[in-house]
Design a protein around this ligand. Structure first.
Ligand SMILES: [Zn+2]
Length: 346
């Protein structure tokens, strides 16, 4: 409650924090998202609400005395090289019940012929920097949009992720942000395969409707979400760089879920949205990291598994190196959520 009382002292900050403008706006992009270009907030690179909290005595500390935290995440949109590949036809055979043929694709995964099943490599890289991360996995049905792999194909790999102490969460498909039944079915599907409870998620395409999506995620039993950020711009969608419990302005009540807001998506920086060259991408990334560090906040970053090669991998490693030098606590969404719950008076 402390956090709310502080934020309510400044009506402008309270409006920003609660996303008041998103309740009013009718502008949505073709994926039904409220875009940054429609926002009145022109200080998206500055976490105004978090800064206000810190200035007003909000105290945060992290494991081992780290000054700030980095929530490292990976959305697993695909594990096969291309939708026209032979591997996908093996996927479809699997879905159609032709198990014999599908074994070919599983063997291909294990023999590393398919470069996107690079989870071990990602974990090895992060381990070098004393970091951990979360992997958000699609658990769709063959009839769903963007069904590119059956989650069953990853049973072995997901077990390996959990054994090493990294997190497996749900990458919610195209409809879950507005469809509770779908959301629950996907969560159950993933839990069946991992034999483990799934507490965190990120929505595919960063689909999000304020406040409805938070309500649905909470009802489906998620403890935290890390979807809340803009696809078309990096930064702080509601001025926060700390985890928070969202507030529903219509019901006038707190929603029972923790949001760990997303700050940087790999694709936002480059060709799809902001169209920054690599040098400017790095300048902005470094600025956002420094800003969050100064605020003792959490910077959430998503790097897709299929871009963890070549230049993009080098860029990701640069982030790890820079944050290690700044003594950040780099870890999974699950770890951040648990720490927040037990150590921070919000
Ligand atoms: Zn996705």
């Amino acid at each position: 409650m402390e956090m709310y009382e502080r934020l309510q002292k400044d009506p402008g900050i309270w409006d920003l924090f609660t996303c008041n403008e998103e309740y009013q706006s009718t502008i949505r992009d073709k994926f039904n998202r409220f875009p940054y270009y429609a926002s009145k907030n022109r200080t998206v690179f500055e976490p105004k609400a978090s800064e206000f909290l810190i200035e007003n005595g909000f105290h945060v500390e992290y494991q081992d005395g780290s000054p700030f935290a980095v929530c490292l995440t990976h959305d697993i949109d695909k594990i096969y090289e291309s939708v026209s590949s032979k591997a996908l036809s093996a996927v479809k055979n699997f879905a159609g019940g032709k198990f014999g043929k599908s074994i070919i694709s599983i063997r291909q995964i294990r023999s590393k012929k398919i470069p996107y099943v690079n989870f071990e490599e990602i974990m090895d890289l992060e381990e070098q920097y004393n970091a951990r991360s979360s992997f958000y996995i699609l658990a769709l049905e063959p009839s769903d949009r963007d069904y590119t792999y059956p989650v069953e194909h990853l049973e072995h790999e997901l077990g390996a992720i959990l054994d090493r102490g990294w997190e497996v969460g749900l990458h919610v498909g195209h409809e879950g942000y507005r469809d509770l039944n779908k959301l629950m079915a996907e969560k159950k599907n993933l839990e069946k395969i991992t034999n483990n409870s799934v507490i965190g998620c990120r929505n595919h395409y960063l689909h999000f409707i304020v406040p409805d999506t938070w309500e649905l995620l909470s009802k489906a039993g998620f403890a935290y979400d890390c979807s809340f950020g803009y696809a078309d711009c990096t930064g702080f969608r509601n001025g926060m760089c700390h985890p928070f419990r969202p507030y529903n302005l219509q019901k006038r009540q707190i929603i029972d879920i923790t949001e760990i807001p997303l700050v940087i998506m790999d694709g936002s920086l480059s060709d799809t949205y902001m169209r920054l060259d690599p040098e400017t991408s790095w300048t902005l990334t470094r600025r956002l990291i420094d800003t969050v560090a100064a605020c003792h906040g959490v910077i959430t970053i998503v790097w897709h598994n299929h871009v963890l090669a070549g230049e993009q991998r080098t860029f990701y490693e640069k982030i790890l190196k820079y944050c290690r030098e700044k003594n950040a606590w780099m870890t999974s969404g699950n770890d951040i959520f648990t720490w927040w719950k037990h150590h921070i008076k919000d």
